[in-house]
Write a new protein. Structure first.
Length: 344
C-alpha cells in the first residue's frame, strides 16, 4: 500500500465517527413505536447496547450492528478493531456470540488487497469470539467503512441491562481509557509508538474474557464504553433514577492520553460528548486533561459493570489476574441533584 493510500485510508474514524448522543436521541424520539411486543426485552428506547428478543422462557436472541471508518493505517488491524468493537455489544448484554455478517463500504478504485486484509482481521476476531462468520453485504463507496452485524444468545434471566444498577453497587471498568486521544495524536505524528501500540492492543482485545469472568459474580448492570465516552455511557447507566460518585484517580488511563489532551489533540466527538453529558457532571479538583479522558470517545472500549459491593473486590482481582487493567472506579448512590460527581 502506498503512502497516498494510507492517507486516504485513515481519515479519522472508529467510534469518533458516531453521531452525537444528543442528535441521535432527537431522531429516535420521533420514530414510530408500533405495538409493544412483550418478547422484546430490550429495544432502542432503553439506549442499551443491543436488542434482545425472547424466543423461549430460557433463551433470547441478542442482535447488534456496528461499523465505522478506519482509525489506524493498517487494514488488518482495522479489521480486528472494528470486529472487536461490534462483538462487544453482545458481551455487554451478558450474551455469547454465535454468528456475524460482514458490512463493507469500499472504493472500487482502491487495492482489493486492502479489503482482503480488513476482512481477514475481522474474521479472526469472530473466530476468537467463538462465532461463525456467515456472510455479509458490500457496497461501493467513496471511503472505507467496515463492521459486523452480530447475533448472540443469552439467558433472559441473566441478562445485563445497562440501567439496572442499585445503590451501593461498585462501578468497575475493565479497560483503560484514552484511545480516541491517542488515535488523534497518531494521525498528526504526535503519539509515541509504544503508546499507540498500547492503544491498539486495548482495541483489539475482546471483552470475552471480562464477560465470562463477570458471569460468576453478581452484576446488576453493564455497558461497554464506546463513542459516547466513559461519562456518556455512565449517564445512560444512571437511567434518570440513580447517581454515582467516581474517583478519577482510580480510572485506568492509557499512557500518553493525558499528554495528548494537554496538547489539545482531542476530537470533535469528545466535545460533543462534553456538551451532551457535561450538564449531568460535577468535577471536584479534576485536571482538565483528565476531564477530556473521561469525555474521550472510545473505540472497542471495556465493560463498565455495576457489581454487588460484597463481590466487587474479588471480581476486580480475578480480572486483573487474567491480565486486564480492571479497576473499581466508583459507586452508585441514591439519586441526588448532581447525577455524576467526579473527584480527584
Amino acid at each position: 500500500m502506498s503512502k497516498d493510500e494510507k492517507i486516504v485510508f485513515c481519515t479519522g474514524g472508529g467510534c469518533t465517527a458516531k453521531l452525537g448522543a444528543g442528535v441521535l436521541s432527537r431522531i429516535l424520539e420521533k420514530l414510530p413505536r408500533g405495538e409493544k411486543d412483550p418478547n422484546l426485552l430490550v429495544g432502542y428506547d432503553s439506549r442499551d447496547d443491543a436488542a434482545v428478543y425472547r424466543v423461549t422462557e430460557d433463551l433470547a436472541l441478542v442482535q447488534t450492528v456496528d461499523f465505522f471508518p478506519p482509525m489506524v493505517d493498517d487494514p488488518y488491524i482495522f479489521g480486528q478493531i472494528a470486529a472487536a468493537n461490534a462483538l462487544s455489544d453482545v458481551y455487554a448484554m451478558g450474551g455469547e456470540v454465535k454468528t456475524a455478517l460482514n458490512l463493507v463500504c469500499f472504493p472500487e478504485n482502491m487495492d482489493l488487497n486492502v479489503l482482503g486484509e480488513i476482512l481477514r482481521g475481522g474474521a479472526e476476531k469472530v473466530a476468537e469470539a467463538g462465532g461463525i462468520l456467515a456472510g455479509g453485504h458490500s457496497i461501493a463507496d467513496t471511503g472505507v467503512k467496515y463492521g459486523l452485524s452480530v447475533t448472540g444468545l443469552v439467558d433472559p434471566h441473566h441478562l445485563y441491562a445497562n440501567d439496572a444498577g442499585q445503590p451501593g453497587d461498585k462501578l468497575l471498568l475493565t479497560k483503560a481509557l484514552g484511545v480516541g486521544l491517542l488515535c488523534t495524536a497518531n494521525r498528526v505524528g504526535e503519539a509515541a509508538p509504544e503508546h499507540m501500540a498500547a492503544a491498539i492492543s486495548s482495541m483489539t482485545t475482546l471483552n470475552k474474557t471480562a464477560a465470562e469472568i463477570s458471569r460468576r459474580y453478581t452484576v446488576h448492570a453493564a455497558t461497554d464504553v464506546t463513542g459516547f465516552s466513559f461519562l456518556g455511557h455512565l449517564h445512560e447507566m444512571m437511567g434518570g433514577k440513580l447517581s454515582c460518585k467516581i474517583n478519577a484517580r482510580a480510572v485506568p488511563v492509557l499512557p500518553g492520553a493525558e499528554k495528548a489532551a494537554d496538547d489539545f489533540l482531542y476530537t470533535a466527538a469528545g466535545q460533543r460528548n462534553r456538551n451532551h453529558t457535561g450538564p449531568f457532571v460535577r468535577f471536584e479538583g479534576v485536571p482538565f486533561a483528565m476531564e477530556e479522558v473521561l469525555f474521550d470517545p472510545q473505540t472497542s472500549g471495556g465493560l463498565l459493570l455495576a457489581v454487588d459491593p460484597a463481590e466487587a473486590s474479588a471480581l476486580e482481582k480475578e480480572l486483573q489476574s487474567a491480565g486486564l487493567p480492571a479497576k473499581i472506579v466508583g459507586e452508585i448512590v441514591p439519586r441526588t441533584e448532581t447525577e455524576i460527581t467526579v473527584t480527584y
